[in-house]
Ligand binder design. Structure first.
Ligand code: KG4
Ligand code: ZN
Length: 361
Protein backbone atom coordinates (compact mmCIF):
# COMPACT_ATOMS: atom_id res chain seq x y z
CA UNK A 1 0.00 0.00 0.00
CA UNK A 2 1.31 3.40 -0.99
CA UNK A 3 1.69 5.10 2.37
CA UNK A 4 1.59 2.06 4.58
CA UNK A 5 4.34 0.89 6.83
CA UNK A 6 4.36 -2.22 8.95
CA UNK A 7 2.95 -0.59 12.05
CA UNK A 8 0.66 2.11 10.81
CA UNK A 9 -1.76 1.70 7.90
CA UNK A 10 -5.16 3.18 8.73
CA UNK A 11 -7.91 2.20 6.29
CA UNK A 12 -11.13 4.15 5.91
CA UNK A 13 -14.22 1.96 5.48
CA UNK A 14 -17.47 3.18 3.91
CA UNK A 15 -20.77 1.30 4.03
CA UNK A 16 -23.79 2.54 2.04
CA UNK A 17 -25.42 -0.62 0.69
CA UNK A 18 -28.85 -0.05 2.17
CA UNK A 19 -30.29 2.23 4.84
CA UNK A 20 -27.31 2.96 7.12
CA UNK A 21 -24.40 5.25 6.35
CA UNK A 22 -21.44 3.71 8.17
CA UNK A 23 -17.87 5.01 8.28
CA UNK A 24 -14.87 3.76 10.28
CA UNK A 25 -11.09 3.70 10.44
CA UNK A 26 -9.37 0.38 11.09
CA UNK A 27 -5.65 -0.13 11.42
CA UNK A 28 -4.19 -3.62 11.39
CA UNK A 29 -1.76 -2.75 14.19
CA UNK A 30 -4.01 -0.56 16.32
CA UNK A 31 -7.41 -2.12 15.64
CA UNK A 32 -10.58 -0.09 15.27
CA UNK A 33 -9.67 3.59 15.69
CA UNK A 34 -13.06 5.25 15.17
CA UNK A 35 -16.50 4.57 13.77
CA UNK A 36 -19.74 6.44 13.18
CA UNK A 37 -23.15 5.50 11.86
CA UNK A 38 -26.18 7.33 10.61
CA UNK A 39 -29.33 5.22 10.48
CA UNK A 40 -32.07 6.17 8.02
CA UNK A 41 -34.77 4.34 9.98
CA UNK A 42 -36.82 7.48 10.64
CA UNK A 43 -36.64 8.48 6.99
CA UNK A 44 -38.12 5.19 5.74
CA UNK A 45 -40.41 4.33 8.66
CA UNK A 46 -43.40 6.27 7.28
CA UNK A 47 -43.24 4.15 4.10
CA UNK A 48 -43.00 0.85 5.99
CA UNK A 49 -39.75 -0.12 4.23
CA UNK A 50 -36.63 1.22 2.51
CA UNK A 51 -37.30 3.61 -0.39
CA UNK A 52 -34.16 3.22 -2.55
CA UNK A 53 -34.09 6.74 -4.02
CA UNK A 54 -34.47 8.34 -0.58
CA UNK A 55 -31.72 6.08 0.73
CA UNK A 56 -29.28 7.20 -1.98
CA UNK A 57 -30.02 10.88 -1.39
CA UNK A 58 -29.56 10.59 2.33
CA UNK A 59 -26.20 8.83 1.90
CA UNK A 60 -25.15 11.82 -0.24
CA UNK A 61 -26.21 14.17 2.55
CA UNK A 62 -24.44 12.33 5.36
CA UNK A 63 -21.38 10.60 4.04
CA UNK A 64 -18.75 13.35 3.88
CA UNK A 65 -19.75 14.69 7.30
CA UNK A 66 -19.31 11.22 8.77
CA UNK A 67 -15.91 10.84 7.11
CA UNK A 68 -14.79 14.12 8.69
CA UNK A 69 -16.15 13.10 12.08
CA UNK A 70 -14.45 9.71 12.04
CA UNK A 71 -11.08 11.15 11.00
CA UNK A 72 -11.32 13.68 13.81
CA UNK A 73 -12.20 10.96 16.34
CA UNK A 74 -9.24 8.90 15.17
CA UNK A 75 -6.95 11.94 15.40
CA UNK A 76 -6.03 11.60 11.72
CA UNK A 77 -5.79 13.87 8.71
CA UNK A 78 -6.96 12.63 5.31
CA UNK A 79 -3.30 12.42 4.32
CA UNK A 80 -2.63 9.86 7.06
CA UNK A 81 -4.89 7.30 5.42
CA UNK A 82 -3.20 4.32 3.74
CA UNK A 83 -6.23 3.08 1.85
CA UNK A 84 -10.01 3.27 1.44
CA UNK A 85 -12.53 0.43 1.24
CA UNK A 86 -16.21 0.66 0.34
CA UNK A 87 -19.07 -1.79 0.02
CA UNK A 88 -19.34 -2.59 -3.70
CA UNK A 89 -22.26 -5.04 -3.34
CA UNK A 90 -24.59 -6.72 -2.89
CA UNK A 91 -27.12 -3.99 -2.14
CA UNK A 92 -29.19 -1.18 -3.63
CA UNK A 93 -27.49 0.09 -6.77
CA UNK A 94 -27.99 3.82 -6.12
CA UNK A 95 -26.97 3.57 -2.49
CA UNK A 96 -23.85 1.54 -3.38
CA UNK A 97 -22.87 4.11 -6.02
CA UNK A 98 -22.79 6.91 -3.45
CA UNK A 99 -20.25 5.13 -1.24
CA UNK A 100 -18.27 3.88 -4.23
CA UNK A 101 -18.03 7.33 -5.86
CA UNK A 102 -17.00 9.10 -2.67
CA UNK A 103 -14.45 6.39 -1.82
CA UNK A 104 -12.90 6.29 -5.28
CA UNK A 105 -12.76 10.09 -5.61
CA UNK A 106 -11.20 10.55 -2.18
CA UNK A 107 -8.63 7.82 -2.79
CA UNK A 108 -7.80 9.18 -6.23
CA UNK A 109 -7.31 12.66 -4.79
CA UNK A 110 -5.08 11.31 -2.03
CA UNK A 111 -3.17 8.95 -4.31
CA UNK A 112 -3.89 5.90 -2.17
CA UNK A 113 -5.30 2.44 -3.02
CA UNK A 114 -9.03 1.85 -2.98
CA UNK A 115 -11.03 -1.38 -3.01
CA UNK A 116 -14.68 -2.43 -3.27
CA UNK A 117 -15.53 -5.17 -0.77
CA UNK A 118 -18.35 -7.71 -0.50
CA UNK A 119 -21.00 -6.78 2.06
CA UNK A 120 -21.58 -10.34 3.25
CA UNK A 121 -17.86 -11.05 3.58
CA UNK A 122 -17.69 -7.92 5.72
CA UNK A 123 -20.53 -9.24 7.93
CA UNK A 124 -18.78 -12.60 8.14
CA UNK A 125 -15.50 -11.02 9.27
CA UNK A 126 -17.14 -8.60 11.76
CA UNK A 127 -16.48 -10.91 14.76
CA UNK A 128 -12.77 -10.31 14.07
CA UNK A 129 -13.26 -6.80 15.49
CA UNK A 130 -13.77 -8.40 18.92
CA UNK A 131 -11.06 -9.15 21.50
CA UNK A 132 -11.09 -12.90 20.80
CA UNK A 133 -11.33 -13.18 17.02
CA UNK A 134 -12.30 -16.54 15.50
CA UNK A 135 -9.70 -18.19 13.25
CA UNK A 136 -10.76 -20.20 10.18
CA UNK A 137 -11.80 -22.90 9.53
CA UNK A 138 -15.30 -22.27 10.85
CA UNK A 139 -18.96 -22.43 9.92
CA UNK A 140 -20.60 -19.04 9.45
CA UNK A 141 -24.32 -18.50 9.88
CA UNK A 142 -25.15 -15.24 8.10
CA UNK A 143 -28.56 -13.82 8.88
CA UNK A 144 -29.40 -10.36 7.56
CA UNK A 145 -32.23 -8.48 5.92
CA UNK A 146 -31.25 -9.68 2.46
CA UNK A 147 -29.45 -12.99 3.03
CA UNK A 148 -29.64 -16.17 5.09
CA UNK A 149 -26.91 -18.73 4.59
CA UNK A 150 -24.60 -21.26 6.15
CA UNK A 151 -21.05 -21.02 4.84
CA UNK A 152 -18.05 -23.28 5.35
CA UNK A 153 -15.15 -20.85 5.76
CA UNK A 154 -11.88 -22.70 5.14
CA UNK A 155 -9.93 -19.46 5.12
CA UNK A 156 -10.55 -15.80 4.43
CA UNK A 157 -11.95 -15.69 0.91
CA UNK A 158 -12.53 -19.46 0.77
CA UNK A 159 -16.28 -19.70 1.08
CA UNK A 160 -18.38 -22.75 0.35
CA UNK A 161 -22.06 -21.91 0.66
CA UNK A 162 -23.63 -24.95 2.35
CA UNK A 163 -27.21 -23.75 2.21
CA UNK A 164 -29.28 -20.63 1.60
CA UNK A 165 -32.85 -19.54 1.94
CA UNK A 166 -35.13 -20.56 -0.90
CA UNK A 167 -37.40 -17.57 -0.35
CA UNK A 168 -37.40 -14.82 2.31
CA UNK A 169 -34.25 -13.88 4.20
CA UNK A 170 -34.58 -14.25 7.97
CA UNK A 171 -34.49 -10.49 8.62
CA UNK A 172 -37.12 -10.03 5.94
CA UNK A 173 -39.32 -12.67 7.64
CA UNK A 174 -38.90 -10.83 10.96
CA UNK A 175 -39.80 -7.52 9.29
CA UNK A 176 -42.84 -8.90 7.44
CA UNK A 177 -44.16 -10.73 10.49
CA UNK A 178 -43.68 -7.57 12.55
CA UNK A 179 -45.75 -5.69 9.98
CA UNK A 180 -48.52 -8.30 10.26
CA UNK A 181 -48.51 -7.70 14.02
CA UNK A 182 -48.82 -3.95 13.48
CA UNK A 183 -45.26 -3.08 14.48
CA UNK A 184 -43.20 -0.41 12.73
CA UNK A 185 -40.23 -0.72 10.39
CA UNK A 186 -37.68 -2.26 10.83
CA UNK A 187 -39.63 -4.89 12.66
CA UNK A 188 -36.93 -7.32 13.83
CA UNK A 189 -35.99 -5.59 17.11
CA UNK A 190 -39.62 -4.59 17.78
CA UNK A 191 -40.91 -8.13 17.26
CA UNK A 192 -38.19 -9.45 19.50
CA UNK A 193 -39.10 -6.98 22.27
CA UNK A 194 -42.80 -7.89 21.99
CA UNK A 195 -41.96 -11.63 22.13
CA UNK A 196 -40.38 -11.16 25.55
CA UNK A 197 -43.83 -10.88 27.14
CA UNK A 198 -45.37 -13.65 25.01
CA UNK A 199 -46.40 -17.13 26.10
CA UNK A 200 -44.15 -19.71 24.40
CA UNK A 201 -46.69 -22.51 24.93
CA UNK A 202 -49.81 -20.97 23.41
CA UNK A 203 -48.95 -21.54 19.73
CA UNK A 204 -46.54 -23.93 18.08
CA UNK A 205 -45.22 -22.86 14.67
CA UNK A 206 -43.61 -25.24 12.15
CA UNK A 207 -39.80 -25.56 11.96
CA UNK A 208 -39.51 -25.31 8.18
CA UNK A 209 -37.35 -27.83 6.28
CA UNK A 210 -35.95 -29.45 9.41
CA UNK A 211 -37.66 -32.81 8.80
CA UNK A 212 -35.51 -33.56 5.74
CA UNK A 213 -31.76 -33.55 5.26
CA UNK A 214 -30.07 -30.47 3.83
CA UNK A 215 -29.03 -27.01 4.88
CA UNK A 216 -31.50 -24.90 2.94
CA UNK A 217 -33.92 -22.57 4.68
CA UNK A 218 -37.43 -21.36 3.92
CA UNK A 219 -39.17 -18.66 5.92
CA UNK A 220 -42.12 -17.54 3.82
CA UNK A 221 -44.42 -20.32 5.08
CA UNK A 222 -43.80 -19.45 8.70
CA UNK A 223 -44.69 -15.84 8.00
CA UNK A 224 -48.00 -16.96 6.46
CA UNK A 225 -48.54 -19.21 9.48
CA UNK A 226 -48.10 -16.14 11.68
CA UNK A 227 -50.59 -14.19 9.58
CA UNK A 228 -53.25 -16.91 9.82
CA UNK A 229 -52.71 -17.49 13.54
CA UNK A 230 -52.91 -13.77 14.25
CA UNK A 231 -56.09 -13.34 12.17
CA UNK A 232 -57.78 -16.21 13.97
CA UNK A 233 -56.68 -15.31 17.49
CA UNK A 234 -57.08 -11.53 17.28
CA UNK A 235 -54.95 -8.55 18.30
CA UNK A 236 -54.56 -9.54 21.95
CA UNK A 237 -52.50 -12.53 20.76
CA UNK A 238 -49.74 -10.38 19.20
CA UNK A 239 -47.10 -11.05 21.86
CA UNK A 240 -47.82 -14.81 21.86
CA UNK A 241 -47.59 -14.94 18.05
CA UNK A 242 -44.31 -12.99 18.15
CA UNK A 243 -42.94 -15.43 20.72
CA UNK A 244 -44.03 -18.50 18.76
CA UNK A 245 -42.46 -17.07 15.60
CA UNK A 246 -39.19 -16.31 17.35
CA UNK A 247 -39.05 -19.73 19.05
CA UNK A 248 -39.65 -21.45 15.71
CA UNK A 249 -37.00 -19.59 13.72
CA UNK A 250 -34.41 -19.82 16.49
CA UNK A 251 -35.03 -23.58 16.77
CA UNK A 252 -34.70 -23.93 13.01
CA UNK A 253 -31.37 -22.09 12.99
CA UNK A 254 -30.07 -24.22 15.86
CA UNK A 255 -30.99 -27.44 14.04
CA UNK A 256 -29.36 -26.32 10.78
CA UNK A 257 -26.26 -24.93 12.47
CA UNK A 258 -25.76 -28.21 14.35
CA UNK A 259 -26.07 -30.07 11.05
CA UNK A 260 -23.55 -27.80 9.34
CA UNK A 261 -21.06 -28.23 12.19
CA UNK A 262 -21.46 -31.99 12.10
CA UNK A 263 -21.17 -32.17 8.32
CA UNK A 264 -18.00 -30.04 8.13
CA UNK A 265 -16.40 -31.14 11.40
CA UNK A 266 -15.71 -27.45 12.15
CA UNK A 267 -14.95 -26.57 15.78
CA UNK A 268 -16.09 -22.94 15.58
CA UNK A 269 -19.35 -21.24 14.67
CA UNK A 270 -19.48 -17.58 13.62
CA UNK A 271 -22.86 -15.83 13.60
CA UNK A 272 -23.23 -12.45 11.91
CA UNK A 273 -25.62 -10.10 10.07
CA UNK A 274 -28.44 -7.97 11.47
CA UNK A 275 -30.47 -10.81 13.03
CA UNK A 276 -27.42 -12.02 14.97
CA UNK A 277 -28.20 -9.11 17.31
CA UNK A 278 -31.26 -11.12 18.42
CA UNK A 279 -30.93 -12.00 22.08
CA UNK A 280 -32.77 -15.31 21.98
CA UNK A 281 -30.80 -16.46 18.95
CA UNK A 282 -27.50 -15.58 20.61
CA UNK A 283 -28.48 -17.49 23.75
CA UNK A 284 -29.66 -20.59 21.85
CA UNK A 285 -26.55 -20.80 19.66
CA UNK A 286 -24.26 -20.23 22.62
CA UNK A 287 -26.03 -23.15 24.31
CA UNK A 288 -25.57 -25.28 21.18
CA UNK A 289 -21.86 -24.46 21.20
CA UNK A 290 -21.65 -25.49 24.86
CA UNK A 291 -23.37 -28.81 24.15
CA UNK A 292 -21.10 -29.60 21.17
CA UNK A 293 -17.91 -28.17 22.65
CA UNK A 294 -17.77 -25.69 19.77
CA UNK A 295 -16.71 -22.04 20.16
CA UNK A 296 -19.42 -19.57 19.15
CA UNK A 297 -18.51 -16.06 18.01
CA UNK A 298 -20.72 -13.02 17.46
CA UNK A 299 -19.94 -9.40 16.71
CA UNK A 300 -20.98 -6.99 19.46
CA UNK A 301 -24.64 -6.07 18.76
CA UNK A 302 -23.84 -2.73 17.07
CA UNK A 303 -21.60 -4.51 14.55
CA UNK A 304 -24.22 -7.18 13.79
CA UNK A 305 -26.24 -4.70 11.75
CA UNK A 306 -24.69 -2.69 8.91
CA UNK A 307 -21.66 -0.61 9.88
CA UNK A 308 -18.44 0.87 8.52
CA UNK A 309 -16.12 -1.00 10.89
CA UNK A 310 -16.61 -4.38 9.20
CA UNK A 311 -15.94 -2.77 5.80
CA UNK A 312 -12.75 -1.08 7.03
CA UNK A 313 -11.51 -4.37 8.52
CA UNK A 314 -12.28 -6.39 5.37
CA UNK A 315 -10.69 -3.71 3.19
CA UNK A 316 -7.58 -3.62 5.38
CA UNK A 317 -7.10 -7.39 5.00
CA UNK A 318 -7.42 -7.30 1.24
CA UNK A 319 -5.59 -4.01 0.58
CA UNK A 320 -2.66 -5.31 2.62
CA UNK A 321 -2.47 -8.26 0.25
CA UNK A 322 -2.11 -5.88 -2.67
CA UNK A 323 -5.68 -5.87 -3.99
CA UNK A 324 -7.00 -2.58 -5.31
CA UNK A 325 -9.16 -1.08 -8.03
CA UNK A 326 -6.93 -0.85 -11.08
CA UNK A 327 -8.74 1.52 -13.42
CA UNK A 328 -10.93 4.58 -13.08
CA UNK A 329 -14.29 2.93 -13.67
CA UNK A 330 -16.53 2.89 -10.61
CA UNK A 331 -18.26 -0.49 -10.58
CA UNK A 332 -20.82 -1.73 -8.08
CA UNK A 333 -22.52 -5.13 -8.02
CA UNK A 334 -26.10 -5.16 -6.70
CA UNK A 335 -25.92 -8.96 -7.01
CA UNK A 336 -22.64 -10.65 -6.18
CA UNK A 337 -22.43 -14.32 -5.12
CA UNK A 338 -20.18 -14.81 -2.08
CA UNK A 339 -18.74 -17.97 -3.68
CA UNK A 340 -17.00 -15.82 -6.34
CA UNK A 341 -14.58 -14.43 -3.77
CA UNK A 342 -11.00 -15.66 -3.50
CA UNK A 343 -8.36 -15.37 -0.74
CA UNK A 344 -6.82 -11.92 -0.29
CA UNK A 345 -4.39 -11.10 -3.09
CA UNK A 346 -5.68 -14.06 -5.14
CA UNK A 347 -7.02 -13.92 -8.66
CA UNK A 348 -10.65 -13.72 -7.63
CA UNK A 349 -13.52 -11.99 -9.32
CA UNK A 350 -13.49 -8.57 -7.71
CA UNK A 351 -16.13 -5.91 -8.13
CA UNK A 352 -13.98 -4.06 -10.65
CA UNK A 353 -12.88 -7.23 -12.48
CA UNK A 354 -16.24 -8.39 -13.73
CA UNK A 355 -16.49 -6.91 -17.20
CA UNK A 356 -13.65 -6.11 -19.57
CA UNK A 357 -13.30 -2.45 -20.53
CA UNK A 358 -15.20 -1.71 -23.74
CA UNK A 359 -12.74 -1.35 -26.59
CA UNK A 360 -12.78 1.96 -28.45
CA UNK A 361 -14.23 1.55 -31.97
O1 KG4 B 1 -27.38 -6.82 8.31
P1 KG4 B 1 -28.46 -5.82 8.32
O2 KG4 B 1 -28.27 -4.57 9.15
O3 KG4 B 1 -28.78 -5.32 6.88
C1 KG4 B 1 -28.70 -6.16 5.76
O4 KG4 B 1 -27.58 -6.41 5.28
O5 KG4 B 1 -29.78 -6.63 5.38
O6 KG4 B 1 -29.78 -6.59 8.78
C2 KG4 B 1 -30.99 -5.92 8.98
C3 KG4 B 1 -32.03 -6.92 9.42
C4 KG4 B 1 -33.43 -6.34 9.48
O7 KG4 B 1 -34.32 -7.25 8.82
C5 KG4 B 1 -33.74 -6.23 10.95
O8 KG4 B 1 -35.12 -6.34 11.27
C6 KG4 B 1 -32.95 -7.40 11.51
O9 KG4 B 1 -31.76 -7.38 10.75
N1 KG4 B 1 -32.65 -7.28 12.95
C7 KG4 B 1 -33.16 -8.09 13.90
C8 KG4 B 1 -32.67 -7.61 15.14
N2 KG4 B 1 -31.87 -6.53 14.90
C9 KG4 B 1 -31.88 -6.34 13.55
N3 KG4 B 1 -33.97 -9.16 13.82
C10 KG4 B 1 -34.31 -9.77 14.97
N4 KG4 B 1 -33.89 -9.39 16.19
C11 KG4 B 1 -33.07 -8.31 16.33
N5 KG4 B 1 -32.66 -7.93 17.54
ZN1 ZN C 1 -25.96 -6.09 6.08
Amino acid sequence: MAKANATHAPVLGIETSCDETGVAVYDQARGLMAHALHSQVDLHAVYGGVVPELASRDHVRRLLLLVERVLEQAGLQQGDLAGIAYTAGPGLVGALLVGASVARALAWGLGIPCLGVHHMEAHLLAPMLEPQPPAPPFVALLVSGGHTMLVHVRGIGEYEVLGETLDDALGEAFDKTAKILGLGYPGGPALSALAEGGDPRRFRFPRPMTDRPGLEFSFSGIKTFALNTFREAGPEAAADVARAFEEAVVDTLVIKSRRALQRTGARRLVVAGGVSANRRLRAALTELGGALGVGVYFPRPEFCTDNGAMVALTGALRLRAGEQARDLRIVVRPRWPLSELRPPGGRGVRADRRAPLPRPA
